[in-house]
Design a protein around this ligand. Structure first.
Ligand SMILES: Nc1ncnc2c1ncn2[C@@H]1O[C@H](COP(=O)(O)OP(=O)(O)OP(=O)(O)O)[C@@H](O)[C@H]1O
Ligand SMILES: O=c1ccn([C@@H]2O[C@H](COP(=O)(O)O)[C@@H](O)[C@H]2O)c(=O)[nH]1
Length: 240
């Protein structure tokens, strides 16, 4: 019996922090994180190397702190620490399901997680471990989407898979505009010029310049991650 080969050997999976909340209004929903890890496990089983960048929107966003009068850079460091918490929870859930995860942080926090060192991350991926990149880029005024573009380019990922609550890129935010329609594909230039809020322009521009395609898909939809990895039609492709 022949089995189809995955379309990608190495992926950078950007997991939305907000999606970790499930139906809760804050934090990490246990059942939700376990289901996400099950989806990740299915793609490791077909031999795909998986690196993850996790967001922090379920706990803290710098813009929220800034909007109530906090120093923006301080608020952004809080946001980055929120992603470290999510990364630890994700790695713990992975270990419980038999995956071997390594968390690497962009900011020094060595008693908690090891620092990001590119050759070490590449070694872990070759060994079949799942690498979880925490603390975004390590710099304020950026987002974890930009960290996904950056780390994706650094590790030679073939694609950035943005796993979120919506099943692709729409003409407008589908939670705000019920008339919005989904693209099956669009170019980075179109996404940037139309100001589509699914990903920030810095992240799109970096992926465009590095010719690193992005696929946006729903992590809530069972089996969607595996279908994406197997090259099936799922979500929206953003290309250079
Ligand atoms: N044009 C659009 N198409 C699809 N979704 C859009 C669009 N504009 C805005 N959105 C919104 O963007 C959200 C995706 O954001 P997501 O939570 O994945 O990113 P994030 O801000 O990086 O997350 P987090 O900080 O929680 O990790 C969707 O839930 C959707 O409501
Ligand atoms: O490179 C980065 C990445 C993130 N931040 C801060 O963290 C929060 C959470 O990240 P999300 O991408 O929104 O999930 C973000 O709002 C920033 O405040 C950062 O400063 N630098």
């Amino acid at each position: 019996m022949t089995h189809a080969a995955p379309a990608h050997k190495r992926i950078l999976l950007k997991l939305s922090g907000e999606a970790l909340m499930g139906d809760d209004s804050f934090g990490i929903n246990r059942g939700t994180i376990e289901r996400m890890v099950e989806e990740i496990a299915t793609v490791t089983r077909v031999g795909v190397q998986v690196a993850v960048v996790i967001g922090g929107g379920n706990i803290f966003r710098g813009v929220a702190g800034g909007s109530v009068g906090m120093d923006r850079a301080t608020a952004d460091y809080m946001g980055m620490l929120a992603t470290v918490m999510n990364a630890l929870a994700l790695a713990d859930a992975m270990d419980k399901q038999g995956l071997t995860a390594r968390v690497m942080s962009a900011i020094a926090i060595e008693q908690v997680v090891e620092p990001y060192v590119r050759p070490k991350a590449l070694q872990y991926l070759e060994e079949g471990k799942v690498v979880v990149f925490a603390a975004g880029t390590g710099n304020p005024f950026f987002t974890t989407d930009t960290a996904a573009a950056l780390r994706g380019a650094e590790i030679g990922a073939e694609v950035v898979l943005k796993a979120t609550k919506v099943d692709g890129v729409y003409t407008a935010d589908p939670f705000k505009d019920p008339e919005a329609t989904r693209y099956t594909q669009l170019s980075f230039d179109e996404a940037i010029s139309r100001n589509l809020g699914i990903m920030d322009a810095t992240a799109f521009a970096l992926c465009r310049d590095q010719k690193l395609p992005v696929r946006v898909f729903s992590i809530v939809k069972h089996g969607a991650l595996l279908r994406v990895v197997m090259g099936e039609d799922e979500g929206t492709l953003v290309y250079a």
